[in-house]
Design a protein around this ligand. Structure first.
Ligand code: 5AD
Ligand code: SF4
Length: 441
């Protein structure tokens, strides 16, 4: 039996798909890379932005042709769009066999069996606590591994569909996470990426009030993961800014393994818009947090998420975002054009900013980013950096690539001793527009 899995959206979805692939392999499937070769097609979908849903819907609709050719083919839609639409998807798409929501992903193998043997169609969207202990398998074993530590979100930012499709925030048991990290490390993983919609809220039992300065179960988890000797680097995404308390900042600052590259979603630099977004910080308090982080963490680099064109965003609001972004000097920014999401609070607000203005603001921020990145990369020339070697470059087989602690890709010529998943020093000789070039030291 052969299965094909396609993933839309975020890293959490990538991670879920990998766990689903592992469950399928344990059930006797082989994972294939072409739809045409498979007996089972699984589409793991995203609802965060309208564009992601439209893309998935287009592709899934197109699969009707394959089903016509092979009526035994089983097709399922899982994840956020499956959760949001449930039975409606089965009604809209007669060639679909099953729909599994975000709280039912762990039932994939059982569901496929039921569909096959009972010759039935199923839509399961009831959340189940078992999803938290399931989905721990790993199919793609490499030097880098991902571990989900929380699921869902309690923050209810007004534009965001996540709390509705992924449900309330739940943290996994620490022992389960540590066991998963040790299993990966024993199998050759050297870098782990901890995932959650709001990772820094780990272990706070869904309380959205920022914790006391000396209380951070997330910092405790990081400290314990650091003790795993084979792990060389620990990354995490995404944390909500207000959870960076003294304890968490100190834990990161002290650590040799926790990367000094933090994703700190900003969304907007205008206090009026931040309030309408239900973000619990202001332009000023965000700047203070950045200053605190920069003071404590040597060679800190920051990345962010920003939404342009939120309902009512004026030129002045946008200018505040732009100035703040340039002041902070983000190394990377992910800029999104606002789209109303069904069920999210902002969907009832007038989507007042014209598409052309959203696009214009998007381009302005992308240009700012590109200019900043060129300057920063050129400043690196002549310096020696430590990279985690990843393997042969996809673009030039004579070169290898590695990544700095700060997530910058470095191309270098390999020597005989270079190995995937090891730390190497590279002297930077040249800067490209988004990557660096250098030689092994
Ligand atoms: N429109 C545009 N961008 C959105 N995001 C979340 N919801 C929306 C929306 N309705 C962005 C936010 C978030 C990222 C994952 O997606 O910036 O941080
Ligand atoms: Fe969505 Fe806000 Fe939760 Fe992030 S913190 S997942 S933007 S509700």
């Amino acid at each position: 039996m052969k299965a094909f899995i396609k993933t839309y959206g975020c890293q959490m979805n990538e991670r879920d798909s990998d766990a689903l692939a592992s469950d399928l392999v344990n059930a006797g499937y082989t994972i294939v890379s072409r739809e045409e070769d498979a007996d089972l097609l699984v589409f793991n979908t995203c609802s965060v932005r309208d564009a992601a849903e439209r893309k998935a819907k287009g592709k899934i609709g197109f699969m009707r042709k394959l089903k016509n050719k092979n009526p035994e083919l089983i097709i399922g839609v899982v994840g956020c769009m499956a959760q949001r639409m449930g039975n409606t998807l089965l009604e809209e798409l007669p060639h679909l066999d099953f729909v599994l929501g975000t709280g039912q992903l762990h039932t994939l193998v059982d569901t496929v069996n039921k569909v096959k043997f009972d010759r039935t169609r199923l839509a399961l969207t009831e959340p189940s606590p078992d999803v938290l202990t399931g989905l721990a398998g790993h199919y793609d074993r490499s030097w880098s591994g991902q571990i989900a530590i929380t699921r869902g979100c309690n923050r209810f930012c007004s534009y965001c569909i996540v709390p509705y499709v992924r449900g309330r925030e739940l943290s996994r048991e620490k022992d389960d996470i540590i066991a998963e990290a040790k299993m990966l490390a024993a199998n050759g993983t050297r870098e782990i990426l901890l995932l959650g919609q709001n990772v820094a809220a780990y272990g706070l039992n869904g309380d959205i009030r920022p914790p006391a300065p000396d209380h951070s179960p997330f910092a405790d988890l990081l400290a314990e993961l650091e003790e795993i000797p084979e792990l060389l680097r620990i990354r995490f995404t995404s944390p909500y800014p207000s959870y960076f308390n003294r304890k968490l900042i100190d834990t990161i600052a002290r650590s040799e393994k926790i990367c000094h590259n933090i994703h700190l979603p900003l969304q907007s630099g205008s206090n009026r818009i931040l309030q309408a977004m239900n973000r619990q910080y202001t332009n000023e308090s965000y700047r203070e947090k950045v200053a605190e982080l920069k003071a404590a963490i040597k060679d800190l680099t920051l990345s962010t998420d920003v939404i342009v064109g939120f309902p009512g965003e004026t030129d002045e609001d946008f200018a505040l975002t732009r100035v703040l972004m340039n002041d902070v000097g983000f190394e990377q920014s992910y800029i999104f054009k606002y789209s109303p999401r069904p069920g999210a609070k902002s969907a009832s607000m007038d989507d007042s900013v014209p598409e052309s203005v959203k696009e214009e603001r998007n381009q302005i921020l992308l240009n700012d980013l590109a200019e900043r990145v060129v300057v920063k990369l050129n400043n690196m020339v002549g310096k020696t950096v430590t990279v985690l070697a990843e393997g042969v470059s996809a673009r030039n087989e004579l070169r290898w690539t590695g990544r700095t602690d700060n997530n910058i890709v470095v191309h270098f010529e390999p020597d005989d001793s270079v190995q995937t998943g090891t730390l190497r020093k590279v002297e930077i000789t040249r800067a490209g527009s988004v990557t660096l070039f250098g030689k092994l030291v």
